[in-house]
Design a protein around this ligand. Structure first.
Ligand code: DAH
Length: 391
């Protein structure tokens, strides 16, 4: 028995010494010391050994196992060290090499313009509220005084998601559209704040006064050209309270234009028509290029007696078509019928407070194009990095 154990030991030591990888070493360990290993087999055979010899043989097995375990551990360490040594030789890094510069993205000009604009209105105490892009006809049109047969609802303008055909006797709760204007948020907010307390997802009940802007994407069935796109962005503004007047509207928009386009900017209101405001106006700002004069100075090179000479000439401003003014938004005092339909005022209740308010709608792309002097709206959507990197 002693001899057998010694043979196992010698054979195992040899295999340990020859092992080149941790896997080979582990195989040896399992085949000798493992559950079904040679040494374990001997222990299992102890039942055939006479009881007097058992402690002695047990001791011998243990001593062989201890020695083999020690050899295996020693070899394991040396193999590990060798692996690390090899790695150090092959896997090295030149820390003096210049790094690879990570390309950093940056904000899109539309986003820069939006954040600038929001900063101005937040500074005046406005809250920013967003509404859904897929909207009920009622919010986008009906409650804003745009009745069923209004040309603004024409299928050429509006993307309908679901539409019932009354001539065929079809009835649905409401048509669903891609909103054509952010003015739809006016209806939702007024419904949530007025006497109806009509709330909908994302528009919990609120109280008066209202003072908000609502930026977002709108959709119209338009052909793409330098100033049109089927999808663009607006920023709606709405203020409702007691004694809100047209002077407040004018002052607010003038302040906005000065902060957004520069302190020298002047504004003027031109009478216009919108169904949901009365009176309504469009607002023009002085042209950023000619500062309202309608004329710009330009250096030109001309030949004079065979020589090239540079000369300053005055010419018509193309940015404003020499008018000196550029239109940037629509606005007005919220129409009394809208205030009534949305539950802000109640004409049948003589004791109810009477509210007034103003609204405005800014075309985000329009002001971004003006502010950054971009000639073509399509550039904003084409994702050409050479263009976008300039902002
Ligand atoms: N919703 C209008 C449009 O898309 C813009 C507008 C005009 C909004 C006047 C307003 C407003 O809130 O008072 O053309």
């Amino acid at each position: 028995m002693k001899e057998m154990l010694e043979n196992i030991r010698i054979e195992a030591e040899k295999r340990i010494a020859e092992a080149l990888t941790p896997e080979a070493l582990d195989e040896t360990r399992v085949s000798v010391l493992g559950k079904k290993g040679e040494l374990t087999n001997i222990l299992k055979g102890m039942k055939d050994v006479s009881p007097e010899d058992r402690p002695k043989i047990g001791q011998m097995v243990n001593s062989v196992r201890d020695r083999l375990e020690a050899s295996i551990n020693e070899k394991k360490q040396s193999l590990k060290a060798k692996i690390i040594e090899k790695k150090m030789e092959t896997e090295w890094l030149d820390v003096t090499r210049p790094g690879v510069r990570a390309v950093r993205g940056h904000k899109h000009p539309n986003q820069i313009a939006l954040e600038d604009l929001e900063r101005v209105f937040i500074g005046m105490g406005y809250e920013v509220v967003e509404g859904p892009e897929i909207e009920y006809d009622r919010m986008n049109f009906k409650l804003l005084n745009i009745p069923e047969d209004h040309p603004a609802k024409d299928e050429q303008d509006t993307f309908y998601i679901s539409r019932h055909d009354e001539s065929r006797g079809e009835k649905t709760e409401d048509d669903i559209v891609l909103r054509t204007q952010t003015s739809s948020v006016q209806a939702r907010v007024m419904l949530a704040a007025g006497r109806f307390k009509e709330t909908s997802k994302g528009f919990p009940e609120r109280s008066l006064p209202i003072k908000l802007i609502s930026p977002g994407r709108v959709f119209r069935s338009d052909e793409v050209d330098a100033t049109h796109s089927p999808s663009f962005h607006q920023v709606e503004g709405l203020v409702i309270g007691e004694n809100v007047t047209m002077a407040d509207l004018k002052g607010t928009l003038d302040q906005f234009a000065k902060e957004f386009f520069g302190p020298d900017t002047k504004t003027k209101l031109r009478p216009h028509h919108f169904p949901f405001t009365e009176p309504s106006a469009e607002v023009d700002v002085t042209c950023f290029k000619c500062h309202g004069t309608g004329r710009v100075k330009k250096m030109v090179e001309e030949k004079e007696n065979g020589k090239l000479v540079r000369r300053e000439v005055e010419m018509a401003c193309t940015a404003c078509k020499s008018s000196g003014w550029i239109e940037i938004l629509g606005c007005g005092m919220v129409h009394p019928d809208v205030l009534e339909m949305c539950g802000i005022n109640d004409k049948n209740n003589p004791d109810a407070p009477v509210y007034t308010g103003f609204a405005f709608g800014i075309g985000l792309e329009r002001v971004a194009l003006l502010k950054y002097e971009i000639a073509d709206m399509r550039l904003l959507y084409e994702n050409d990095i050479r263009f976008l990197e300039q902002f």
